[in-house]
Design a protein around this ligand. Structure first.
Ligand code: NAD
Ligand code: 6OH
Length: 486
C-alpha cells in the first residue's frame, strides 16, 4: 500500500510520533494509502526550513531566474502528467477526462502564468512636486511576504493548491502546504517535482494531517508563518481568521458558495441546458463555483426542467479509469451522509423531486463507494435549507421567474457571493444583470471559463481578497514606497 510522508526541507519523512491515518478510495472505500500525520515537531521543522530558505539561495535568485525555475516546475508536471492524473483519480474518484483536460494541466499552468506575471509586472512610480521646485520621485519596491501557509481543500486538490503555491513562489515566498486529509497524493508528488528541477530545499514543504488540533490548526497558529491562504468552507475560514488574528497575519480566503444560475427565455436553449448541467453536476457537484440555485424564466421553465432531467438521468457512473464513465462518487462517506441528509431535508420541506434524490445501484465492489444520484428539485420556497445552505453535492433547485428584476433579487438573496452564470442572447440585459449581481465572478453564456490573469474570489461570506494575475501580488508581496527627493 502507498505510504505518504511529509516533505520537509527537500526530504520525505514520517512524523516522530509515528501517527498515521488511512486514506480510502471514494469509488469503493478500499484502503489505498497510509498517510503520516504531522504534529508540532514536523510543523515547526517545516516552518523553520521555509524560513531558512528565504534567507538562502532562493532569496538571492533574480526574478528571471525564479521565473525560469517555475517554468521548469510546470514542464516537469507536464512530463509526469500520467503520475499526477493517476494520483488525483485515486484520491478523488473523479473521471479521467476531468483530470487530463482540466485539473492537472491547470496545475502546470498555475506555475507558468504567475512566473510570467512576476517577470513582466511594472513598478509603480510617481513624480511629485515639492515647494523648492526640485520635486521628488516615488517608486514601489515589492518584496516577498515571507513564509506562507497554504491550506487546501479536497475538491480539485492539485489545481487549487497550485493556484496558491504558484503565485507564492513566483513572488519569492516560501510555503508550507497542508493538503486536505482526503486528498494528500498530488501535493506529496509535487515534492518530487521540486527536487527534480532544483528548487532549493525548504522552499516547498508539505505537512499532512487534519484541521482542528492537528497540522492545519498548528500551522495557522504558528508564529513563524507570515500569511495564510486558504480555500475551503466558510466555517473553517472563521476558525483560521481567529488564528491569524494572533500576530496580525494577512489572510486570503476562497470560501463557500451558493451560486445562482439565471436562464432567460431568450437564451440559446441547448447551450444553456449544457451549461447549467455542467455547473450543477461536474465533479459530482463538488465545485465551489457550482450552481445549486437555478432560476429560469417562466415561458421556458417546463421545457428546461425536462431537458436538464434527461441529461441528469444519462450520466455514466463508473471508475475514473473507465473511459466510458463521466460521473464519479463523492469524496467520502462523511460527505455523502451530509449530501444525503440534504436530499432527505428537501423532501421533508416539500420539494418535488424531479430526478434522483437517492443512491444508485452499483455493481460489485462499487456498491461500497460514495455514490449519489444527480438530483433536481422544484417547488420549494426560497427559505428552504437546500436553497439557503451550501450542499456541495450534485443537486440543484429550479424555480421560475417572471422579470429581470425578480431574477436579480432572487439571485442576490444569499449570504454567499461567489459566482453566477447568466444565460441570455440579449446583450444589454447581460451587462445590466452582470452589474446588478453581488458576486465576485459573473459568467455570461459560459461557466468556469478562466483566464488566469483575471481577479478571482468571492464577496460576502464567499471570501476575502482576490487572487489571479497581478491581483495575487497584493497578497503575496509587501510593498515599500521609496521617496527620493531630487
Ligand atoms: P474544509 O474547510 O473542510 O477544509 C479545507 C482545509 O482546511 C483542509 O485541508 C482541512 O484539513 C483544513 N482545516 C479544517 N479545519 C481547520 C482549522 N481549524 N485550521 C486550519 N485548517 C483547517 O473544506 P473542504 O471540505 O476541504 O472543501 C470544500 C469547501 O471548500 C466548500 O465549502 C467549497 O465551497 C470550498 N471551496 C471554495 C473555493 C473557492 O474558490 N471559493 C474553491 C474550492 C472549494
Ligand atoms: C472550486 O471548486 C474551483 C475553484 C477554481 C479556482 O480557484 C480557479 O482558480 O479556477
Amino acid at each position: 500500500m502507498l505510504r505518504i510522508q511529509n516533505f520537509i526541507d527537500g526530504a520525505y519523512a514520517d512524523s516522530a510520533s509515528g501517527r498515521r491515518f488511512d486514506k480510502f478510495s471514494p469509488v469503493d472505500n478500499s484502503l489505498i494509502a497510509s498517510v503520516t500525520e504531522a504534529g508540532a515537531p514536523e510543523v515547526d521543522a517545516a516552518v523553520a526550513a521555509a524560513r531558512r530558505a528565504l534567507a538562502g539561495e532562493w532569496g538571492r535568485l533574480s526574478v528571471p531566474e525564479r521565473a525560469d525555475l517555475l517554468h521548469g516546475v510546470a514542464d516537469e508536471i507536464t512530463r509526469r502528467m500520467e503520475d499526477f492524473v493517476a494520483a488525483e483519480m485515486a484520491d478523488t474518484g473523479q473521471p479521467r477526462h476531468v483530470m487530463t483536460h482540466a485539473f492537472i494541466p491547470r496545475g502546470a499552468a498555475n506555475f507558468k502564468v504567475f512566473a510570467d506575471v512576476v517577470r513582466n509586472v511594472p513598478t509603480e512610480a510617481f513624480q511629485m512636486a515639492t515647494p523648492d521646485g526640485a520635486g521628488a520621485i516615488n517608486y514601489a519596491l515589492r518584496r516577498p511576504k515571507g513564509v506562507i501557509a497554504v491550506i487546501a481543500p479536497w475538491n480539485a486538490p492539485f489545481m487549487l493548491m497550485t493556484w496558491k503555491v504558484g503565485p507564492a513562489l513566483a513572488c519569492g515566498n516560501t510555503v508550507v502546504v497542508k493538503p486536505s486529509e482526503e486528498t494528500p497524493m498530488t501535493t506529496a508528488l509535487l515534492g518530487e517535482v521540486m527536487n527534480a528541477v532544483g528548487v532549493p530545499k525548504g522552499v516547498f514543504n508539505v505537512v499532512h494531517g487534519f484541521g482542528p488540533a492537528s497540522a492545519g490548526e498548528m500551522l495557522t497558529r504558528h508564529d513563524g508563518v507570515d500569511a495564510i491562504t486558504f480555500t475551503g468552507e466558510t466555517g473553517t475560514g472563521t476558525a483560521i481568521m481567529k488564528a491569524a488574528a494572533e500576530g496580525i497575519r494577512d489572510v486570503s480566503f476562497e470560501l463557500g458558495g451558493k451560486n445562482a444560475g439565471i436562464v432567460f427565455a431568450d437564451c440559446d436553449f441547448d447551450k444553456a441546458v449544457d451549461g447549467i448541467f455542467r455547473s450543477a453536476f461536474l465533479n459530482t457537484g463538488q465545485v465551489c463555483l457550482g450552481t445549486e440555485r437555478v432560476y429560469v424564466e417562466r415561458p421556458i421553465f417546463e421545457r428546461f426542467v425536462a431537458a436538464l432531467k434527461a441529461k441528469a438521468e444519462a450520466v455514466r457512473y463508473g471508475r475514473p479509469q473507465d473511459h466510458d464513465s463521466d460521473y464519479g462518487p463523492l469524496i467520502s462517506q462523511e460527505h455523502r451522509q451530509k449530501v444525503l441528509s440534504y436530499y432527505r431535508k428537501a423532501v421533508e420541506e416539500g420539494a418535488n423531486v424531479v430526478t434522483g434524490g437517492g443512491v444508485p445501484e452499483m455493481p460489485g465492489d462499487l456498491a461500497a463507494g460514495n455514490w449519489v444520484q444527480p438530483t433536481i428539485w422544484t417547488g420549494l420556497p426560497e427559505t428552504a435549507a437546500v436553497i439557503q445552505e451550501e450542499i456541495f453535492g450534485p443537486c440543484c433547485h429550479i424555480r421560475p421567474f417572471d422579470s429581470e428584476t425578480e431574477a436579480v433579487t432572487l439571485a442576490n438573496a444569499s449570504r454567499y457571493g461567489l459566482a453566477t452564470t447568466i444565460w441570455t442572447t440579449n446583450l444589454g440585459r447581460a451587462h445590466r444583470v452582470a452589474a446588478a449581481i453581488e458576486v465576485g465572478i459573473v459568467w455570461v453564456n459560459s461557466w468556469f471559463l478562466r483566464d488566469l490573469r483575471t481577479a478571482f474570489g468571492g464577496s460576502k461570506r464567499s471570501g476575502i481578497g482576490r487572487e489571479g494575475g497581478v491581483h495575487s501580488l497584493e497578497f503575496y508581496t509587501e510593498t515599500s514606497n521609496v521617496c527620493i527627493k531630487l
